[in-house]
Design a protein around this ligand. Sequence first.
Ligand SMILES: NC(=O)C1=CN([C@@H]2O[C@H](COP(=O)(O)OP(=O)(O)OC[C@H]3O[C@@H](n4cnc5c(N)ncnc54)[C@H](O)[C@@H]3O)[C@@H](O)[C@H]2O)C=CC1
Ligand SMILES: O=C(O)[C@H]1O[C@H](OP(=O)(O)OP(=O)(O)OC[C@H]2O[C@@H](n3ccc(=O)[nH]c3=O)[C@H](O)[C@@H]2O)[C@H](O)[C@@H](O)[C@@H]1O
Length: 439
Amino acid sequence: MKIAVIGTGYVGLVTGVALSEIGHQVTCIDIDPNKVAELNQGIPTIYEPGLGEMMLRNQSAHRLFFTDQHEKGLDGAEVIYIAVGTPQRADGSANLQYVEQAARDIANNIRKSVIVVIKSTVPVGTNLHIKKIMNANTRPGIQVRIASNPEFLREGSAIHDTFRGDRIIIGAEDRETADVLEEINAPFGIPVLKTDLSSSEMIKYASNAFLATKISFINEIANLCEKLGADVEEVSRGMGLDHRIGMSFLRAGIGYGGSCFPKDTNALVQLAGNHHHEFNLLKSVIEVNNHQQRVLVEKMVARFGSLKGKRVAVLGLAFKPNTDDLRESPALVIIPKLVELGAEVITYDPIAANQGPRWINAPAAYTKNIAKALKDADCAVIVTDWPDIKRMEPETFAYFMKTPIVFDGRNCYSIAAVRKARIEYYSVGRPDVVPEVIR
Ligand SMILES: NC(=O)C1=CN([C@@H]2O[C@H](COP(=O)(O)OP(=O)(O)OC[C@H]3O[C@@H](n4cnc5c(N)ncnc54)[C@H](O)[C@@H]3O)[C@@H](O)[C@H]2O)C=CC1
Ligand SMILES: O=C(O)[C@H]1O[C@H](OP(=O)(O)OP(=O)(O)OC[C@H]2O[C@@H](n3ccc(=O)[nH]c3=O)[C@H](O)[C@@H]2O)[C@H](O)[C@@H](O)[C@@H]1O
């Protein structure tokens, strides 16, 4: 099938590469000429394990192309995916301007009837709204059929999730369109659920909202565990053994971040509000998360009194491991707060360190060398559970730091290992470890 993908961000690039890998002829279009130039040189513009090799393989096989010209990229396409951003507006609702512009770009450039697939996360009703925009702008005689095909990949495991996903959701107005989409996706071998447009749009928001709810729930249990002397890791394990609950998304920590959970939960609250429905449960999930991003700083202030002049090593900037994405990362809240409280901050991230200065709105130093970050620090704060941080022996803190006092927002080490290492250690939902003598 000849396919065009509009937008080469996390979703568009992975979608384009994956569709070419299963044999389709794919052209990806982006308005950012710098991105397109890099992609045309075989350089992936995002950090995503396994993406680079797959991209090069399909470029070499002449199945995958990149352009910044809509006219060229859309020429001859039978199916066009829209995968542009839907960022949050100031009031929390989804900003649809990029999707609307992509729709106009399609309508102005196509010369034959096509199927347009909306992969971007959009509020219920958007697919029909976009169809209207296209119908109003296409040449006479050209028919646009629309389909909703929301994306469920996670950053950092996007290739794995695309080829091993749990389900593919296809929302369409008519059976024929849904069947074409099913055929395109058949080589993935993933179960398909065909449904109507509105339900498909809602499945995406409901799924993200439910996962965010699980995280805020376990974080509240963690906060309670701290007060009652229970260990949240044990509690999660014990709960997760019940198949109805399941183990996943019960890791307590410093709250969810990233480009989607925060924006999609806010957008669903807004959407509900627009229809005179107070989504109180989801409002609480958001409130709990906003507080959870601050718990480590509260613990630091309780421990030190004042942070003025303290040298703090912040380990991890990305909102989760295996990505260079800082969007809505807890680091964006924690670092400016530490600076405001008078701390001197040096940050470490193995992949996202270069992105730091663009995102962090406060003076801080950046390094990809963990020893350099820890050297002579008064305390360390773990924001991201990168594998190299988790693999580190807790003794390492005592070796490099002035005082080995660690605030772990991701529960990276077992309490037993920490006790053995004789460091002072505060994590989330677990007992504090305070040795009698800190070297
Ligand atoms: N990032 C993620 O892990 C996931 C994102 N989503 C959803 O997918 C959508 C896209 O998200 P990301 O890929 O993260 O966005 P992004 O911001 O990384 O990428 C969007 C790209 O679209 C390009 N673009 C904007 N308007 C254009 C136009 N008219 N023509 C051509 N290119 C245009 C931009 O230059 C940019 O490169 C959003 O709705 C998001 O909620 C869904 C699942 C996972
Ligand atoms: O719509 C989206 O963009 C995507 O949002 C999430 O994917 P992503 O944000 O990439 O990453 P997750 O692995 O879900 O993690 C999100 C945040 O939750 C946190 N988290 C996750 C799981 C957990 O148990 N505890 C926890 O605090 C992570 O640290 C991270 O900050 C969803 O998992 C994807 O299915 C969805 O496609």
